[in-house]
Design a protein around this ligand. Structure first.
Ligand SMILES: [Zn+2]
Length: 220
């Protein structure tokens, strides 16, 4: 019964959140409750922690698994224009950073031009800047180095399987200049098959960067 209730709640939240976004502006991006942009329980969900590894063993550190309220907040920001919930994601990233590396450069994964147009800018770079600013306010020495760029067009990954995604991003990134002079964490908003993150790590290391891992809001 409890599992059924949880499933129903999740389904209702997923169904109603887009509607609620239009009707009631002041409600939680994660659960739809009226009040805060991101309520305390949803902020806690964004700090649940998640871990994965790239095929070469490089660690992927997530703020939370890609489900429940954490997934809803991220999707609200990415796909439903809830830009006012970005600070909640940045706060979760800064929280995760604090446990990882006090002195690090965040390297945002480059965003496709189509995604930038759809989201009114580069979401991952924006989250990197916000997370670094929050981490610095908390006494950590965190920089952002936008040193990766796309060297060719890549397509939307959504309907590609793991193999298709690897082929889609293979050789797609390169360094724009010298590598950062400090340890790096690749930053992305969600890691699913790890293809994009692995390619970003590969490109950085090929350029001489010291990559310690990947940081992401959610891990699917
Ligand atoms: Zn909530």
């Amino acid at each position: 019964m409890r599992a059924l209730t949880a499933t129903l709640t999740a389904t209702l939240t997923a169904t109603l959140s887009p509607v609620a976004d239009l009707v009631w502006p002041a409600h939680c991006a994660g659960c739809g409750r009226p009040g805060a942009v991101c309520c305390a329980p949803c902020r806690r969900a964004l700090r649940a922690g998640a871990r994965a590894d790239l095929p070469d063993g490089t660690p992927v550190h997530g703020c939370a698994p890609h489900d429940g309220p954490a997934r809803q907040v991220l999707l609200a920001v990415k796909d439903r224009g809830r830009a006012e919930a970005r600070p909640a994601l940045a706060d979760a990233l800064a929280h995760r950073l604090a446990a990882l590396a006090p002195r690090v450069a965040l390297v945002p994964v480059p965003t496709r031009a189509a995604s930038r147009r759809a989201r009114g800018g580069d979401l991952v770079a924006d989250l990197a800047a916000r997370a670094a600013a929050t981490a610095r306010r908390r006494g950590h020495d965190v920089d952002v180095e936008r040193c990766l760029r796309l060297v060719r067009r890549v397509r939307d990954q959504t309907d590609l399987d793991a193999r298709g995604r690897r082929a889609n991003v293979h050789g797609a990134f390169t360094l724009t200049g010298p590598p950062p002079d400090r340890p790096c964490l690749v930053l992305d908003d969600v890691v699913t098959t790890t293809a994009t993150a692995a390619e970003a790590v590969r490109a950085l290391r090929a350029g001489g960067a010291r990559v310690e891992g990947v940081l992401t809001v959610t891990i699917a």
